[in-house]
Design a protein around this ligand. Structure first.
Ligand SMILES: [Zn+2]
Length: 391
């Protein structure tokens, strides 16, 4: 997706974007209990209406109010969260009917422990009220039913500019988090194409740029520790306290990796977007790559498609251009000096090679990144030719 600005006047334009901010939550005993109850009630509603095959949210919501009269525990929890779980069910059915997903499944306790609530605005005696409020100075979030909960995160900010739309409250292991979705207005700066970079997304390295920057994937699962824990898990009795403890440890290990990866991903993409106006990447055929086992392992560890997704939206926000190159373009086989195509390089194990025509020695990934940059520039000129011609 590209954003076009007014090429004649060079004016920037306004745009609304959605951003989500995640905070660690520190609920007290009462709040913790209520969060768990709400998660449980949402799961209960979802499963109940799935059992009754209610695929329409409107009729589901009508049924809820009657249902609440019977089941007293539903009155205690955030009603907005219950409505959202019906919308979730409707979406799952919609996806199923459109052949985008399987038949909706019953939710199991312990998997995806979360609920969503919306910010409901109201006016009373000329004053505006919001059901969700965020106070970053005192580090407090106000949520329906839970009232004030302490939070931590975003140390360097004391205010977020935007309007709160919704919040997702999530339990991960024994910790609680809240993700706040904000609608923000941003001004998109006029686009000036001065710098370009080509990126070869990684098999061996995390990624290699045409400026010869190699970013290594330093985050690896401590396989030995994981295996040890899994062995411990299989030795424990089902439902025992020890089993639960080990399960938490495994969850924590995965969470740590996930967070570290996220941090790396955002650091790299922020840098790339900040330093370059045009970014060229290969449009990877993820599905066919998964069939190759060697790549599949790296792929799941690297999240290549995740990098492209993040680059894509960050490029839009900052008015930079992300150019995706045809996946069949032989970026690693072409010599970036004389353009000779060396089909022998197909083999992934070849890391460096010498061009038989001009004799240059190439680092596989750097050579590919340079080719991707050149091809990206070609596509850019072709696509924006008319825009470039406008004085
Ligand atoms: Zn050559």
């Amino acid at each position: 997706m590209f954003i076009f600005y007014n090429a004649i006047t060079g004016d920037g334009c306004n745009m609304k974007i959605y951003k989500s901010y995640k905070f660690r939550m520190y609920p007290n005993k009462f709040q913790e209990e209520l969060i768990n109850k709400t998660i449980g009630s949402c799961r209960f509603i979802y499963n109940h209406f799935l059992d009754k095959k209610v695929s329409n949210a409107y009729s589901g919501i009508k049924l809820i109010s009657e249902f609440t009269k019977e089941k007293a525990f539903l009155k205690e929890v955030d009603s907005c969260a219950l409505r959202n779980s019906i919308f979730n069910l409707e979406n799952a059915y919609k996806r199923y009917y459109k052949n985008l997903g399987g038949h909706p499944k019953f939710k199991i306790k312990g998997i995806n422990n979360s609920y969503k609530t919306n910010n409901i605005k109201s006016t009373y005696k000329g004053k505006n009220y919001n059901s969700i409020k965020l106070d970053l100075i005192n580090k407090i979030i106000t949520l329906p039913k839970l009232k004030e909960v302490s939070i931590r995160g975003y140390r360097n900010k004391n205010k977020l500019n935007g309007e709160i739309k919704s919040a997702v409250i999530r339990k991960e292991g024994s910790k609680y988090y809240v993700s706040v979705l904000m609608e923000e207005d941003i001004i998109i700066k006029p686009f000036t194409p001065n710098t370009i970079v080509g990126i070869d997304l990684g098999i061996k390295d995390f990624l290699v740029t045409s400026h010869n920057e190699k970013i290594k994937n330093t985050i690896k699962i401590n396989q030995k520790r994981l295996r040890g824990l899994q062995r411990g898990l299989s030795r424990c009795k089902l439902g025992s306290k020890n089993r639960y403890k080990i399960k938490l440890k495994i969850q924590r290990l995965f969470m740590k990796i996930k967070n570290a990866r996220k941090f790396l991903l955002h650091t790299i993409t922020n840098k790339l977007i900040k330093e370059n106006d045009i970014i060229a990447v290969e449009n990877l055929d993820v599905e066919s790559m998964k069939q190759n086992h060697y790549i599949a392992k790296c792929l799941t560890e690297n999240h290549i498609s995740e990098i492209i997704r993040v680059l894509n939206y960050k490029a839009t926000w900052n008015n930079k251009k992300l150019i995706q190159i045809d996946r069949y373009y032989p970026s690693s086989q072409l010599c970036n000096v004389c353009n000779y195509q060396n089909k022998n390089v197909k083999e992934l194990s070849i890391r460096t090679w010498q061009c038989p025509q001009c004799g240059c020695t190439h680092d596989r990934d750097l050579n590919a990144a340079i080719n991707i940059m050149c091809e990206g520039l070609k596509i850019y000129i072709k696509t924006y030719e008319r825009e470039l011609m406008t004085p």
